[in-house]
Design a protein around this ligand. Structure first.
Ligand code: CIR
Length: 407
């Protein structure tokens, strides 16, 4: 089987999703901000919404792989355990007394339990029950219900931690502390899971070791025609984009990157919160985004050199069209008052996931955006996201395509 993502909108064949679990039960009013959520969730309802989302994709012929299953199966491999636990149990984090004992507890877990605690986190009480009370200053200064290892609720947004670009995968260094531990889980999955191990695909970057050259998949749109559209954002750095460009060009996997200079704000945290593609020449865009400065990045003769051209904001759509080999692109932005538009953007109205050209999955609550897409010939399949949306991500954020045709 070969994995590749050749567009944003061609037929979607395989995707990785993460069904919410323990990590969201551990989200509280006290930790939600640090964990990048805007509210606590009703987890059972979030799971129902997520099951319905997965069901919608399956009905459209998409093979859905659940991240929990992938990680659990991966952790049955000794090499994967060593990679993940070696990265996690760092003496500089847990102190010289507790680190090895805590690691010993995790070494003893069966794969299912190991996945549960790696993703859901573990409290001091849970750890001490298993390892006894160490003399560790690090552990003794904590309350029993404090997390020794924090939960990872943003695994829900599988788009960001790894993203496929043509015939390779970028396993991304994440900007925010709350998401950094997600990366090693995907490093292990792509290296050791039987679905991927031994398969012929390229790896565009080296995981969290690339930090601080962060790049997140929500900023990466594989628009087709050998081009990639990338947001330089709150999360994705210019050097992260530059490194991606060097890798893609070295392997001849892409011909051009267009980088958009986004405002560095949480509401616009990734490009796909304000701009996504709905068919081969059409984008849905948030009215408040306006026009942005852009850069085209192209290969030079020397492999470690790049041709970088800056364009004024009014050229943004033309620059994207040119990368696609088109005279123009269609940009769909519904006419609505600025307050309504801001609310729908916040609720991921632009964050749609195409399952084939002209057919997208969207949250049902974004009534105006969805009606406008339909009026312009796009089929919109709606899913509920009243709970899921509280983490500020929609259908595109919650999916990591691993196989998708060209448009
Ligand atoms: N591509 C995306 O925009 N993903 C949404 C990520 C939301 C998550 N709570 C975060 O702040 O990283």
């Amino acid at each position: 089987m070969s994995f590749h993502v050749d567009s944003e909108v061609g037929r979607l064949k395989q995707v990785i999703l993460h069904r919410p679990d323990l990590e969201l039960r551990r989200l509280t009013p006290g930790n939600k901000d640090e964990l990048l959520f805007d509210d606590v969730l009703w987890v059972e309802r979030a799971r129902e919404e997520h099951d319905a989302f997965a069901g919608t994709l399956r009905e459209r012929g998409v093979a859905v792989h659940l991240f929990t299953d992938l990680l659990t199966e991966t952790l049955a491999e000794p090499g994967a355990r060593d990679l993940v636990l070696g990265r996690l149990f760092d003496e500089r984090e847990y102190g010289p007394i507790a680190t090895d004992r805590a690691r010993g507890v995790f070494e003893g877990f069966a794969p299912e339990e190991l996945t549960q605690y790696l993703v859901g986190g573990i409290t001091k009480r849970e750890l001490v029950e298993r390892m006894g009370r160490p003399r560790s200053v690090r552990v003794q200064t904590m309350d029993d219900d404090d997390f020794v290892i924090a939960p990872l609720p943003n695994h829900l947004f599988t788009r960001d931690t790894s993203c496929w670009v043509y015939d390779g995968v970028a396993v991304n260094a994440m900007r925010k502390t709350a998401r950094r531990r997600e990366t090693v889980h995907f490093e292990a999955v792509y290296r050791y899971h039987p679905l991927f191990a031994g398969q012929d695909f390229k790896v565009w970057n080296e995981g969290q070791a690339a930090f601080p050259a962060t790049m997140e998949g929500g900023d990466v749109l594989v628009i087709g025609n050998g081009a990639v559209l990338v947001g330089v954002s709150e999360r994705t750095t210019p050097q992260g984009v530059e490194r991606l460009a060097v890798q893609l060009f070295k392997e001849g996997a892409a011909r051009r990157i267009v980088a958009l200079d986004l405002p560095r704000r949480r509401a616009f945290m990734h490009l796909d919160t304000v701009l996504t593609m709905v068919n081969g020449d059409t984008f849905t865009k948030y009215a408040g985004l306006g026009m942005l400065p852009s850069y085209t990045i192209e290969p030079q003769d020397a492999p470690d050199d790049l041709l970088v051209t800056r364009h004024a904001p009014d050229r943004m759509h033309a620059v994207i069209a040119d990368a696609l080999g088109l005279d123009d692109i269609r940009v769909l932005t519904p006419a609505q008052d600025v307050h309504a538009a801001a609310r729908e953007q916040w609720d991921d109205g632009c964050n749609v996931l195409a399952v084939e050209p002209g057919v997208v999955v969207a949250y049902d609550r974004n009534v105006t955006s969805n009606a406008y897409l339909r009026a312009n010939g796009i089929e919109v399949v709606t899913v509920r996201g009243s709970e899921l949306g509280r983490g500020r991500g929609g259908p595109r954020c919650m999916s990591c395509p691993i196989e998708r045709d060209a448009a």
